[in-house]
Ligand binder design. Structure first.
Ligand code: AMP
Length: 419
């Protein structure tokens, strides 16, 4: 039996990959405008990083991590998200204050052992940003605005931004008790996971799909914010308004990662069946210290690439597809075939996209290939033309034919295609 790809993974094939390249290039270009610089960290890290960073009682760490012992008996995990690795690298490479706030972005694969469905995979890709080194609420707003602008600029319609404040550690400790008191009477009716969450991480019950019926009327964390948290949250909202980013307050928004403090947010859009969250993020003021660095506040986001592409497709957005060829070259006879190898290279050095046949096929089959590649021009070189130092050129769109001198051929077509 032939070997198939592991469950929950995808092959991104030519034809589809152009859409990915388009979305990724938009991400890079937008980050440049907002002054975020790229960082690439390993796809695997010491398991402890995610236990400390993402949180030991989160579903991601408890159930979804690809963890294994390497040949040196070290516990290694494939990264389930990007922030912990970036923060580890920030601390390890002492990026503090370089040159000011460290504004970083990444694009790459993440791994979670989840039940695959439309929009949910075991290997998926995120575009994310991290801004480390400031508590300024205008930075929270900037991060939210960058994500919103990105969705808009790549052509996703009707993106909703939901925000909440999840408070600081002391607010959360007090809130934890309120939430435990609230769920105490129904504790035994909660799902198995939530019964354990009740002791270990009760806020996460609010995020449980099964137990939504018990969440009705639960106290919200925003009702319990202290002065510092309230002020920060109010400022974030003022800045978002100044930035023209529409948002909705969602007091039930808790995220699946433990490191968030103050601002938490999600982006939603319709088009992927049951799933509507396409990205999210928040502030993480304790994380750098937790990972072992001198403490620095941070804020970031992560947007799922697969979900972006699914929404674009569902919304019928116009994404650039495969780029057509500029020139397809055909050589008839051995001498001409040798000459077109040189010509092909000349075209490519001139910056054109050019191709030829590699299977000794007949003229008709080669013309078909040129059509399939949507070539702008076909150059046909036979012995006669070769002797005269010329080449026959056909524009496929119009059928117009002409003869060009071999020495001018590449330059002439390059000048035309550059337009
Ligand atoms: P999270 O780190 O869980 O907040 O996820 C941020 C974003 O990554 C989500 O909004 C999704 O767009 C994407 N994402 C998370 N998990 C998956 C997955 N298993 N498959 C595809 N995309 C995912």
């Amino acid at each position: 039996m032939s070997i198939q790809k592991p469950k929950g993974t995808q092959d991104l094939l030519p034809g589809e990959i152009e859409k990915w390249q388009y979305v990724e290039s938009k991400a890079r270009e937008l980050c440049q405008r907002f002054n975020y610089r790229e960082i690439r960290t390993p796809v695997f890290e010491h398991t402890e990083l995610f236990q400390r960073g993402v949180g030991e009682t989160t579903d991601i760490v408890e159930k979804e991590m690809y963890t294994f012992l390497d040949k040196g008996d070290r516990s290694i995990s494939l990264r389930p998200e990007g922030t912990a690795g970036v923060v580890r690298s920030y601390v390890e490479n002492k990026l503090y204050g370089e040159p000011d706030v460290s504004k970083l972005y990444y694009v790459g694969p993440m791994f979670r052992y989840e039940q695959p469905q439309s929009g949910r995979y075991r290997q998926f890709h995120q575009f994310g940003i991290e801004a480390i080194g400031s508590v300024d609420p205008s930075l929270d707003a900037e991060v939210i605005a960058l994500g919103y602008t990105f969705y808009r600029e790549i052509g996703i319609k009707d993106v909703t931004v939901e925000i909440n404040s999840v408070g600081n550690p002391s607010v959360r400790a007090a809130y934890r008790e309120h939430i435990q008191q609230f769920f105490a009477p129904v504790k035994d009716q909660l799902c198995k996971d939530c019964q354990s969450r009740y002791e270990r991480n009760p806020m996460r019950i609010l995020d449980c799909k099964i137990d939504q019926k018990y969440c009705e009327g639960a106290p919200t964390i925003v009702e319990h914010l202290d002065e510092e948290c309230r002020t920060h949250f109010a400022r974030v909202q003022q800045y978002l308004t100044a930035l023209g980013v529409p948002f909705r307050l969602n007091p039930r928004l808790v995220r699946g990662l433990d490191y968030y403090t103050h601002t938490a947010f999600e982006y939603k859009a319709a088009g992927i069946g049951a799933i509507d969250t396409i990205g999210g993020g928040g502030r993480y003021n304790g994380l750098v210290g937790q990972i072992g660095g001198q403490d620095q506040p941070g804020v970031g986001l992560a947007l799922g690439m697969e979900r972006i592409l699914l929404v674009l497709q569902a919304q019928g957005a116009d994404i650039p597809a495969e780029k057509p060829l500029d020139v397809y070259l055909i050589g008839l006879g051995e001498a001409a075939e040798t000459r077109i190898v040189g010509l092909l290279h000349e075209l490519r050095l001139e910056g054109l996209t050019a191709e030829k046949d590699y299977q000794s096929r007949k003229l008709k089959a080669q013309m078909k290939s040129a059509d399939r590649y949507k070539a702008a021009y076909v150059g046909i070189l036979g012995d006669n033309e070769l002797e005269k130092g010329e080449i026959a050129v056909k524009a496929l769109a119009t059928g117009e034919q002409e003869t060009l001198s071999l020495s001018e051929f590449a330059r002439t077509l390059a000048a035309r295609q550059r337009g």
